[in-house]
Design a protein around this ligand. Structure first.
Ligand code: GAL
Length: 659
């Protein structure tokens, strides 16, 4: 368990450093993240490095046994660099050059920016790559923050063309793949191709998806440049990046592969609740199927929402345990000492502007104590899930561009209902990519595999053939990789696996519903179908639910097909209650039970490892809750026995050892 904080010593006088270090150590903090916005203090002029202050800060922290994660400072490029090469400014789709007066305003494709990045990263890696106090590196800071993935500058125009030339080889192939014959868009010179900037009306979906791919690949390539340098000069230090789980312009899966560890910044946006955060934790863990770290989370209020409410007492602590309960092994707060200048003066920190430790410091220290206490038991434990949910970024981008129903561009509407149905039963979930080996999972859910590759189709068939249970959501298998519609009967490459053909499909505005009558799954019952519905023709499958009433009366909505040793349920509709019923029935058939039954707002999860099994009970609500346990359990946090009827205080966390 690593417990850390982001610290910006470059903003404070030398005298504060040792006082801060002592207070950090006293609070039980073990790691400090430094320097990710300190470029001008590290290289005040091109090629002129001033590392002495950072040496001093690191020594000072190390004297208090604090370890260091160094951020490469490339998210905050200096003015001297932009003044010398103004062509590095990020250009928006509307053609607006970003002003260099904040951060992240550059294009990651730009050669001058890349050369300057290489220089500073190399210099840092040479100096600290073997420093005993430095345990790891964070590359840059939140790639994609402030919508900075898709750049439309001149260099990106050229870069996009080159990327397309490699992908398609010839214009002929590209024209065919994108289907440019539509609206007479056939290209006869590469120079005619540009990123999809505003035009009279809609763009070609193939063009758009490839631009999204190119843009994400550019960030990946930029990250790889830094990784390669760090690998050359560092020894025994990990390399990570702090993702934001919701930044969907990036290909998180591709970006995670070359990293040693995935970390993410846990901020709750307006409209999100704890169940969204549970999904984000699981999604991030699924990127490498390894423990992850929280690289930032606010100790109290943030400064960037409309109202920035304070966290309730105990809420920051609960959020930290929430991450651990989903597989985190490291927790950092953002940040140590409230900023006196700059854009984030009103963001909370562990110390307020006057630097005097108060309630937030005390809560931080109390958590430090708890982490220290349970660390020996939790070390090496992890989440073991038997259910997987498949997500696919190309499908998401395709839907983002052409959702047909705007709700379907938002995973919180097409993934979250499946996830929530499992979460409410306290069933551990692992997020996977569609091409991964799925044999470890008893149940696999693919909510919306819209862009389907042959590889994925084969993988899913293999999984089911070997005895797996698969649920496919609507709009599966529509698009080929080039984002053109398949000419196969829907669900395309999976039609024989699902044993159905989708004959008609329709979108529903949010205020309209259709009714689906279950003929066997979940017993009988009538459910609302929302946002989307499809009519299925049965081939080898049997009907599980049919529409009741309206034009589609009696048409099949949900079908079940046996395939090899396993089976597939094709669900042609959306609707939270219906999805919940499907999950209930599927788990019942598979004889799979969640960890424990808990009231609304209380979550249970399990970490398992060498020291046994540990049940986490989290009360996400501001009121008392009661949980019934199968037996009295020993709470390793409070060192007391939990009775079978256990009360949970508001925002309480209990960790029971299951013997
Ligand atoms: C994060 C970012 C930090 C800080 C923080 C404020 O997204 O990485 O640098 O801006 O938000 O909440």
């Amino acid at each position: 368990m690593h417990y850390g904080v982001a610290y910006y010593p470059e903003q404070w006088s030398e005298e504060t450093w040792s006082r801060d270090a002592a207070l950090m150590a006293q609070a039980g903090l073990t790691v400090v993240r430094l320097a990710e916005f300190a470029w001008t203090r590290l290289e005040p002029r091109a090629g002129h490095f001033t590392f002495e202050w950072l040496d001093q800060v690191i020594d000072c922290l190390a004297e208090h046994q604090l370890k260091i994660v160094l951020g490469t400072p490339t998210a905050g490029p200096p003015h001297w660099l932009v003044t010398a090469h103004p062509d590095m400014l990020f250009v928006t789709a509307e053609g607006r050059h970003m002003s260099p007066q904040s951060r992240r305003f550059i294009c990651l494709k730009n050669n001058h920016f890349r050369a300057a990045s290489e220089r500073i990263v190399t210099a840092l890696a040479q100096r600290y790559g073997r420093h005993p106090a430095v345990i790891g590196w964070q590359i840059d800071n939140e790639f994609g923050c402030h919508n900075t993935v898709r750049c439309y500058c001149t260099q990106c125009q050229l870069g996009f063309r080159e990327w397309l030339q490699v992908r398609y080889g010839s214009l002929d192939h590209l024209n065919k793949a994108w289907g440019t014959v539509f609206w007479s868009q056939e290209y006869n010179e590469w120079e005619q191709i540009a990123p999809p900037q505003p035009t009279a009306t809609y763009h070609n979906p193939g063009h758009v998806l490839d631009f999204y791919r190119y843009s994400a690949a550019t960030v990946c390539d930029y990250q790889q440049m830094q990784i390669t340098i760090l690998r050359d000069y560092t020894h025994n230090q990990f390399i990570c990046h702090n993702f934001m789980a919701g930044f969907d312009q990036l290909d998180h899966s591709q970006m995670s592969q070359p990293l040693d560890m995935v970390t993410w910044d846990n901020y709750i946006d307006e409209g999100m609740d704890w169940s969204d955060v549970s999904r984000f934790h699981d999604m991030i863990r699924g990127l490498k199927h390894q423990p992850f770290w929280i690289m930032e989370s606010p100790p109290a209020q943030v400064n960037w929402t409309r109202y920035n409410p304070a966290l309730r007492h105990g809420e920051a602590r609960l959020r930290s345990w929430h991450a651990i309960a989903h597989g985190a092994d490291g927790l950092f707060y953002f940040h140590w000492r409230a900023f006196r200048s700059g854009a984030e003066q009103l963001h909370s920190a562990i110390l307020p502007h006057d630097g005097l430790p108060g309630r937030i410091y005390d809560e931080t220290a109390a958590l430090g104590q708890e982490l220290k206490q349970v660390q020996p038991l939790l070390t090496g434990t992890s989440i073991r899930a038997k259910v997987a949910i498949l997500t696919d970024i190309a499908s998401h981008w395709s839907l983002q561009h052409q959702p047909h129903n705007e709700a379907l561009s938002d995973p919180s509407l097409y993934v979250q209902p499946w996830y929530r149905a499992l979460l409410q039963r306290n069933m551990a979930v692992e997020f996977c990519q569609p091409h991964e080996d799925l044999k470890a999972y008893q149940l696999v859910i693919a909510p919306l595999l819209h862009v389907l590759t042959n590889q994925t189709a084969q993988n899913l068939k293999h999984y089911v053939n070997q005895g797996g249970t698969l649920i496919l959501g609507p709009r599966t298998g529509w698009r080929e990789t080039s984002n053109t519609m398949t000419s196969l009967p829907l669900p395309g490459l999976l039609a024989d696996l699902a044993g159905v053909r989708v004959t008609e499909w329709a979108s529903l505005p949010p205020e309209q519903v259709r009714y689906v009558h279950a003929t066997s799954a979940g017993g009988s019952g009538s459910y609302e179908a929302k946002l989307w519905y499809e009519m299925l023709e049965l081939h080898s499958a049997t009907a599980l639910a049919r529409y009741a009433g309206g034009d589609e009366h009696n048409a099949v909505a949900i079908a079940h097909n046996n395939y090899g040793q396993g089976s597939v349920t094709y669900v042609g509709v959306l609707g939270d209650i219906l999805i919940d019923a499907i999950i209930a029935e599927t788990l019942n058939v598979l004889q799979m039970d969640g960890i424990l039954s808990t009231p609304d707002g209380v979550e249970a999860s399990m970490r398992e490892g060498p020291a046994g099994k540990f049940l986490f009970l989290l009360n996400h609500t501001a009121h008392e809750q009661r949980v019934t346990l199968p037996a009295p359990y020993y709470d390793i946090l409070t060192n007391e026995w939990l009775t079978t009827e256990t009360q949970l205080a508001p925002f309480a966390i209990r960790i029971a050892q299951i013997r």
